[in-house]
Ligand binder design. Structure first.
Ligand code: SF4
Length: 316
């Protein structure tokens, strides 16, 4: 019998581990092969948190013997959260292109009040560009909570006196109020118009601001109005102008992923999926459609080309 055979099994295992050989689980040797520092040598600094993290990452990437552990790591590395988000298809409402084509067909005659009396139609085409832009802004300020017919008549009265920055600055607030009456909130609007016009004269040389950020700082101008001003006065698409018509119809057609309560919420929801090249058209299209067919109360579903594909058609 050779000497090796006479060494007891437990002792042979201990010797193997001490020499860097494999233990029973095949890992013990790896753990014990790090050379001990020579006596008197300075102690190595303790690893910092980043080193620990790096070490953890290295260890995670290395294959493990436990199949359960390996599966969990695969999920982490093969499908990172960011990658999943990028790959997710963008939501868009079902059948919206057909619904839009139908609305375009119903609006082809361009004979709704907004076509004849909307802000774009209120402007004096012969006036200089900065005056036309000012008139667009004023017409939109007057149009809030007011029917197009009433806004149109008020702008016509203002234009008879000369609808320019200087003329409005000369006018008394009370006289201005009487001219624009009966537009909604006419007293507040007369005050806002005077304040806004003074700012335009002082800060913009009588012209109007070129950005939404500056426009919404003017008294009486909100985001919806600012986007419409950008679109009509500057021919720049900055966002969708969402008024009550656009808000209501977008919810009826389910063009918003979840029902929205306010026009501003609807604007944000629409801008997430509607191609940008359609933004400027949408306000004009839906306002006229809302004035003629998809009325706020008792919409004319039986006359609507979308009746068969509208989620709200049976409710009215
Ligand atoms: S079917 Fe009725 S509710 Fe639907 S878009 Fe047409 S008019 Fe509006």
């Amino acid at each position: 019998m050779c000497a090796a055979r006479r060494v007891p099994l437990r002792r042979r295992r201990r010797l193997g581990a001490a020499r860097g050989g494999e233990g029973r689980d095949g890992r013990a040797g790896e753990m014990e092969t790090a050379p001990a520092p020579p006596a008197g040598a300075p102690r190595a600094p303790r690893p910092g948190p980043s080193a620990c993290r790096a070490a953890k990452g290295e260890a995670s990437a290395a294959p493990r013997s436990s199949p359960r552990r390996r599966r969990r790591l695969c999920v982490e590395y093969e499908a990172p959260r960011g990658g999943e988000a990028e790959a997710a298809p963008r939501w868009e409402p079902e059948g919206w292109r057909r619904q839009l084509a139908h609305i375009r067909a119903m609006r082809a005659a361009r004979d709704a009040p907004v076509d004849r009396m909307g802000a774009a139609a209120c402007v004096d085409g012969a006036a200089p560009p900065e005056v036309r832009r000012y008139q667009v802004l004023l017409a939109l300020m007057l149009s809030s909570q007011t029917r197009d017919q009433v806004t149109w008549a008020a702008v016509r009265r203002l234009r008879e006196d000369g609808l320019t920055v200087d003329r409005i600055l000369q006018a008394e607030e009370g006289a201005l109020g009487r001219l624009i009456y009966p537009v909604g909130f006419w007293k507040n609007k007369a005050r806002y118009i005077k304040q806004t016009t003074a700012i335009l004269k002082r800060d913009y040389a009588g012209d109007i601001p070129k950005t939404v950020a500056e426009l919404v700082k003017l008294p009486g101008v909100g985001p919806k109005m600012a986007h419409l001003v950008m679109n009509i006065a500057w021919q720049t698409v900055s966002g969708i102008g969402v008024d009550t018509h656009v808000h209501r119809i977008s919810n009826r057609l389910k063009w918003v992923k979840e029902e929205t309560k306010h026009p501003e919420e609807t604007r944000q929801a629409l801008e997430k999926w509607l191609p940008r090249e359609l933004w400027s058209e949408l306000n004009w299209l839906l306002v006229g459609f809302g004035q003629q067919i998809c009325l706020p109360v008792n919409p004319r579903c039986s006359e609507c080309l979308n009746q068969a594909i509208c989620p709200a058609s049976r409710k009215h």
